[in-house]
Design a protein around this ligand. Structure first.
Ligand code: HAM
Length: 438
């Protein structure tokens, strides 16, 4: 193909692609801090980090991811070898593929976490973008009840690590309970139940009238609609009596275990939590900010029993969740939980004359060798100009020297935050800098 190096006739936009973000150093500092805390909590529960490719076969998502993502949100392309591939919209299918590939080698329970960037063709809005990063935590194997209790405890601990555990609510439901309620209690056909599930999943995004209209469309009668509305505000103890089934029993036991794990007060039963993804088969949950400003789910997850089946492997059941960086950032901003970050530049070693460069380089090397982040001005300059430059670059300390200091084998070390300064021998610079920075 012919290559051209011609300039475009209209200057290109400096905006990032719609629904994506640029991360300047301050943004990266925040992101690294946030991801560092997420990874630390996941590791504290013994979860090990994994990674995977950004491109996967289209079929991997077509199989189980669900129609909204596959039909409306997937970025896909045909590669030069005529393969239909997709940019990952979620991590769970990659995880399932990787686990299936080594199903007999990985020690169980398999505890894994990852923080991939994911792509969905969404209408950008508060809490939803086209590219986001998502902490994924999954456990495969183990007794489902114990695994779910651990995972939900971990989710609450993640929020506690940011100082926000009291400001979230974990809403839990069970797909088998809902199946029993729709088919046995309400007497809906499975096609009707499918339509009702989709409508309930989108309930928060539409008006009451619209929701009612969807129900009518699905053939739900007035008395069934009333029963459904009553069910929405039931607690689990009532549900266990009124809709006796495996799902209700499971939830009751799970809530008791979560109390034992010390997170009972953050968890509630919520029959409106459906989860749009097709692979969930049991417990499903979402975590919400209690502040009405952030009304989209921050986390979403659940149990999947049959995901390995698409790879022709044994049915190893798993449970996991995804938590997005966009909603977490909104949460932290809303509740004032974002810290002020210190500059990453510890010291600037100035350079007044070319012949002093060797001395400046020795001091710079020594400071770096004791673990400090050190910059140099990359040009020769006057005392005043270099001091200004050090401030602009947000250095915490500056090392300054001229003819007088050189004669004495000394430097002037200045603390740019407090204005304090001392003249010390070059041999003492590292110790003094570390003392001021500690
Ligand atoms: P999900 O509910 O699609 O689940 O996404 C999980 C979380 O990712 C959401 O609650 C939200 O915080 C964030 N998120 C999703 N889409 C966007 C977006 N367009 N912009 C910003 N944030 C977004 C899953 O993806 C499942 N694979 C999670 C899972 C892991 N289930 C089991 N293991």
């Amino acid at each position: 193909m012919a290559q051209t190096n011609r300039q475009p006739s209209v200057a290109l936009s400096t905006e990032p692609y719609k629904g994506t973000r640029d991360f300047y150093p301050k943004d990266m500092q925040f992101r690294n801090w946030m991801f560092g805390k997420l990874a630390k909590t996941a590791r504290s529960f013994g979860y090990l980090e994994y990674g995977g490719p950004m491109l996967e076969s289209f079929d991997l998502y077509a199989a189980k991811t669900g129609e909204e993502i596959v039909n409306q949100q997937l970025y896909w392309l045909i590669d030069k070898g005529d393969r239909k591939i997709a940019v990952r919209p979620e991590m769970t299918p990659t995880l399932a593929r990787m686990v299936a590939a080594k199903i007999n080698e990985l020690p169980r329970p398999i505890r894994l976490f990852s923080i991939p960037n994911l792509w969905r063709y969404e209408r950008p809005q508060r809490g939803r973008l086209r590219e986001h990063w998502q902490l994924n935590v999954d456990v495969l194997g183990g007794d489902p009840l114990y695994a779910e209790a651990e995972l939900l405890t971990l989710a609450v601990e993640l929020m506690r690590s940011f100082g926000g555990a009291e400001r979230i609510q974990v809403k839990v439901n069970h797909r088998k309970l809902m199946d029993a309620f729709f088919t046995k209690t309400l007497g809906l056909s499975s096609a009707q139940a499918h339509q009702v599930v989709k409508a309930i999943d989108a309930k928060d995004k539409v008006s009451e009238d619209k929701f009612k209209a969807w129900m009518t469309e699905a053939g739900v009668r007035e008395d069934q609609f009333e029963q459904l509305t009553r069910f929405f505000s039931s607690d689990i103890a009532t549900v266990v009596k009124e809709v006796p089934c495996e799902g209700a029993d499971h939830l009751q036991k799970l809530f008791a275990m979560l109390k034992e794990s010390g997170v009972g007060s953050q968890v509630v039963f919520d029959p409106t939590v459906m989860r749009g993804l097709d692979y969930y088969t049991g417990t499903v949950f979402e975590i919400y900010d209690t502040s009405p400003e952030n009304n989209r789910a921050m986390f979403g997850g659940g149990r999947y029993d049959n995901l390995m089946g698409i790879f022709g492997k044994e049915a190893l059941s798993g449970v996991g969740f995804g938590m997005g960086d966009v909603s977490l950032q909104n949460f932290l901003d809303t509740h004032g939980l974002t810290p002020k970050f210190a500059s990453e530049i510890d010291v600037m070693v100035t350079l007044p004359k070319e012949e002093y460069r060797a001395t400046a380089e020795t001091i710079t090397r020594d400071l770096r060798s004791v673990g400090l982040n050190v910059i140099t001005p990359l040009a020769i300059g006057s005392f005043g100009n270099q001091l200004k430059l050090a401030t602009r670059q947000e250095a915490k300390l500056a090392v300054l020297f001229g003819d007088d200091e050189m004669k004495l084998g000394a430097v002037l070390l200045k603390n740019l935050a407090t204005g304090e300064q001392v003249t010390i021998s070059t041999a003492e610079v590292c110790a003094k800098a570390r003392q001021w920075l500690s």
